[in-house]
Structure formats: structure tokens, C-alpha cells
Write a protein that binds this ligand. Structure first.
Ligand SMILES: [Zn+2]
Length: 63
């Protein structure tokens, strides 16, 4: 019974969003691009990079 050790921690703590900054970055995927945040949030696929960027700004404003 010694194998119950250290299963608790996963590295992405999704609960602690408050103190963490939201850093968004635009990811290009084929013809589309989307914005991705360090908190794990991801925006919808857009054709225009500027739109993806706007999604990210909206997300940070709400967060
Ligand atoms: Zn975020």
C-alpha cells in the first residue's frame, strides 16, 4: 500500500485565473486563425487575424 503517492497535482491549474494574467496570442491554422489565451481559453476560428485579435481583447476585458 505504498503506491498512493503524489497523484494530486496537475500542472495546469485552471481554477486560479484571478492572479494570472491573460496573455493572448494569435495562432494560425491553415487558412484560419484563432486567438489563444494562457488561461486555456480559445477563440473561434477567424479568417482575419485582426478579428481573432479582437476576440482576444474581448476575452481579456471580460476576464
Ligand atoms: Zn484568458
Amino acid at each position: 500500500m505504498s503506491n498512493v503517492v503524489g497523484v494530486a497535482q496537475e500542472d495546469g491549474s485552471e481554477q486560479g485565473l484571478r492572479g494570472q494574467g491573460h496573455h493572448t496570442s494569435v495562432v494560425e491554422q491553415g487558412r484560419f486563425c484563432f486567438v489563444r489565451c494562457t488561461c486555456g481559453w480559445r477563440g473561434p476560428a477567424r479568417r482575419a487575424r485582426s478579428l481573432a485579435r479582437t476576440d482576444g481583447e474581448g476575452h481579456r476585458a471580460r476576464a
